[in-house]
Design a protein around this ligand. Structure first.
Ligand SMILES: Nc1nc2c(c(=O)[nH]1)N[C@H]1C(S)=C(S)[C@@H](COP(=O)(O)OP(=O)(O)OC[C@H]3O[C@@H](n4cnc5c(=O)[nH]c(N)nc54)[C@H](O)[C@@H]3O)O[C@H]1N2
Ligand SMILES: Nc1nc2c(c(=O)[nH]1)N[C@H]1C(S)=C(S)[C@@H](COP(=O)(O)OP(=O)(O)OC[C@H]3O[C@@H](n4cnc5c(=O)[nH]c(N)nc54)[C@H](O)[C@@H]3O)O[C@H]1N2
Ligand code: SF4
Ligand SMILES: [Mo]
Length: 671
């Protein structure tokens, strides 16, 4: 039996892997506190990719003559990649090479990938799919609280709160074992509030459900602040002692009376008033945001407004209360801390900070001035590929861009304009299928590494089986490329983790006190403290910042040609771009569908199960209708696990986090 964690989401549920002959079987690991033995369907079936006939087991190189991918040896493939990268750098400069990482990579991989970019390639052009995921919450938390840690408290704390507000989270489908904490809270007499344009499985477990127009959560928060202030429910003592900036927020929300909020969001004034009363009367309130509130061109401001609500109520830092973001990818937290992000060095240090550069360059044994500056954010990087001043080569580790990037048809055309596309993956993802070189890598149970879950708990995924022959770990691949570029990188995960510890020492996310042995003994180790903000926030003066923000609305409002709101998201049985879960036989793979309300279906003559066409300014998708009365009549929903949804989505970006607006654009639907 090997104690490890699920290959998918940020809950990083603990599991035991038992060998049954050649097969691996998933068994519950009941002592691991986050999931206490429970797993969702994806976790139970996660070994389904082991020995799968579609696993990649040899490097592939595109034959110039035929245009087809053909099998190649590792030396041939890596020599070819390194040779071409050297040539491109010599002709066009170091920024001609781009690197694209993922929040599903282990801490060790994220760290090595950033080091590959900055040290071996000398490029500033490195970013990752975390920009798609939680960057708006990160940018808001940094600004308001002085630090970006998804949950600044253990997840189980939510059971002890009085009112839990979930803004744009469908955790009953996206983190099913976490739903038990909602049930426990309600069994204690607590109250769950869900805010979502769809009455989801999570909303079914709630006491209060608000169903706003997509993209209006910011207006709701401003309206709540208005009502809390009017009712004298602001915790003046806390505000005076622990925060700055309330006066500006108070002035900004003065004009957000409930009728105005109703006009913008569609949420009735009576409902908003009841929610304000509920919050005002509660001793302990916890507000959690997820992608529904964050994946917007005003995502950062939306999160800031909800943090303002939490601060006005005096909650952050109080036991069993406060604000948190439900990070999404397996290593969503660690993946953003160790230097694969365009503006960061390991330890959540900023790449334009001279002291940070000096410290990290010291660990890397290079001159600080040799480190590049900040690069482009994920979408901007992809948008620039193959253009005059953009990268001409891209190395992709752990992302299936063709399916998951916004405005995907455009992004795919950018990939096609590259001189060299290299993809490291377990399977032939839609992105790997376009590559010039495909590198087959090990998957979670075949390698060891650390992940940092949504609570900031660093956990250890231990190897439970040997990889198929011909497959190498990402760390080996990165070290192999670095060696060919004249640099000696460690490839052993524990050695990389020790180096990461040194590089992060003294940074905002300091891992220097954590070791594999400690993680094994303690079932995971929190970086920093388990519960944050008890006595001070992470700004130099110890105070949280209220930030006054305004509601702008979606970048692409509805109009007579595109009269409906399109939103996108997830279903329980598929994970992300589906590259892994669509190949697992025990998970249903029905293809995309279009969820719409019976009133809308009637108007356009659509029938459940029959195809409809969704059109936006960027593309169209034909898929079966799913007629349900749980969605707003002015909104349609498409899951993004299959090619399709992102041909429709808008590439408008949040100005501060550079997160794309996946959660709302204007569309038309015809039967
Ligand atoms: N089954 C499954 N689980 C997953 C994943 C997966 O792919 N599949 N991915 C993991 C990852 S990386 C992530 S980031 C998380 C995401 O976890 P969630 O954020 O829970 O997932 P989503 O389905 O993207 O969005 C949540 C809800 O937002 C709603 N929504 C849409 N627009 C708006 C809006 O404007 N306002 C509000 N308030 N709500 C809105 C949608 O209707 C949806 O129900 O899930 C993780 N877990
Ligand atoms: N319309 C719409 N689009 C969205 C979203 C949405 O809500 N709506 N959500 C966004 C969000 S939150 C996210 S997180 C992204 C995720 O979207 P992607 O970045 O596409 O995420 P995955 O499907 O997890 O891609 C991981 C790829 O890497 C491979 N892989 C898995 N593990 C490893 C590994 O250890 N090493 C290597 N080299 N490869 C590995 C997998 O097989 C897969 O091909 O999608 C975003 N796109
Ligand atoms: S909730 Fe997330 S971590 Fe837990 S079993 Fe499901 S996919 Fe895996
Ligand atoms: Mo995500």
């Amino acid at each position: 039996m090997t104690k490890t964690h699920c290959p998918y989401c940020s809950l990083q549920c603990g599991m035991d892997l038992a060998r049954e002959g050649r097969a691996l079987e998933v068994r519950p690991w009941t002592e691991f506190p986050v999931n206490q033995g429970a797993l969702c369907r994806k976790g139970w079936t996660s070994t389904g990719l082991r020995g799968h006939r579609e696993r990649l087991t040899t490097p592939l190189v595109r034959d110039r003559a035929t245009g087809e991918l053909r099998a190649a040896g590792w030396d041939e493939a890596l020599d070819l990649v390194a040779g071409q990268l050297r040539e491109l750098r010599a002709s066009y400069g170091a920024d001609a090479v781009g690197v694209f990482g993922g929040g599903g990579l282990t801490n060790e991989k994220a760290y090595s990938l950033g080091k590959l970019a900055r040290v071996a390639l000398g490029t500033s052009q490195v970013d990752y799919n975390g920009r798609w995921c939680m960057s708006s919450a990160a940018s808001a938390a940094n600004r308001a609280l002085g630090i970006d840690r998804g949950l600044p408290f253990p997840l189980t704390d939510v059971e002890q709160t009085d009112v839990l507000v979930l803004v744009g989270s469908n955790l009953a489908e996206t983190m099913p074992p976490a739903a038990r904490h909602l049930d426990a809270l309600r069994a204690r007499g607590g109250h769950v509030v869900v805010i979502d344009p769809r009455r989801t499985a999570t909303a079914e477990r709630a006491d209060t459900f608000l169903q706003p127009v997509p993209g209006t959560d910011l207006a709701l928060a401003l309206g709540l602040l208005h009502l809390l202030d009017a009712a004298g429910a602001v915790d003046e003592e806390y505000v005076a002692a622990r925060t700055v900036g309330w006066a500006e927020v108070r002035a900004a929300v003065a004009s957000w009376w409930p009728e105005r909020v109703e006009r913008v969001s569609g949420v009735e004034t009576a409902q908003l008033r009841r929610l304000a009363e509920l919050l005002a009367d509660a001793e302990k309130v916890t507000i959690l945001t997820a992608r529904g509130a964050e994946q917007h061109a005003q995502g950062t401001d939306t999160v800031l407004a909800w943090i303002d609500v939490a601060l006005a109520l005096g909650m952050p830092g109080r036991p069993h209360a406060g604000y948190g973001c439900l990070t999404g990818q397996g290593n969503g937290q660690g993946g953003r801390e160790h230097g694969q992000k365009a503006d960061q060095l390991p330890g959540y240090r900023m790449i334009d900070d001279p002291a940070a550069r000096e410290h990290v360059a010291g660990v890397w044994g290079v001159d600080p001035s040799s480190l590049p500056g900040p690069g482009r954010s994920a979408y901007e990087l992809l948008d620039a590929l193959g253009t005059d001043d953009g990268p001409r080569a891209l190395l992709v580790f752990g992302s299936n861009i063709v399916v998951s990037a916004p405005n995907a048809t455009h992004v795919t055309s950018r990939l096609a304009d590259l001189d060299l596309l290299v993809v490291a993956d377990l399977v032939m993802s839609e992105t790997a299928a376009l590559a010039d070189v495909v590198l087959p890598v090990t998957q979670w149970a075949e390698e060891t590494g650390t992940m940092t879950n949504l609570e900031g708990r660093v956990i250890l995924r231990q190897q439970a089986a040997s990889p198929p022959s011909g497959v190498r770990s990402d760390l080996d691949v990165i070290a192999g490329l670095a060696a060919r570029l004249g640099h000696d990188f460690a490839a052993d995960p524990e050695a990389v983790f020790a180096e990461l510890g040194r590089a992060s020492a003294g940074g905002r996310a300091d891992y220097s006190a954590i070791s594999y042995d400690r993680i094994r003994e303690e079932h995971g180790v929190f970086w920093g403290t388990e519960r944050m903000f008890g006595s001070s926030f992470a700004h130099p003066d110890g105070r949280a910042r209220f930030v006054a923000v305004e509601h702008r609305g979606p970048a692409e409002p509805v109009d007579p040609t595109y009269p409906l709101h399109l939103t996108t998201g997830r279903v329980l049985a598929q994970y992300q771009s589906g590259a892994q879960t669509r190949r697992i036989a025990d998970l249903p793979d029905d293809g995309p569908f279009v969820e719409l309300h019976p009133m809308l279906a009637d108007r356009i003559g659509a029938y459940d199960g029959r195809p409809v066409v969704v059109t936006t300014r960027r593309g169209e998708l034909k898929a079966p209708a799913r007629v349900v009365d749980t969605i707003r009549p002015d909104t349609v929903f498409v899951p993004f696990h299959w090619v399709g949804a992102n041909k429709l989505t808008n590439d408008a970006l949040d100005p501060s986090s550079r997160m794309p607006e996946f959660k709302v654009c204007a569309c038309a639907v015809t039967a």
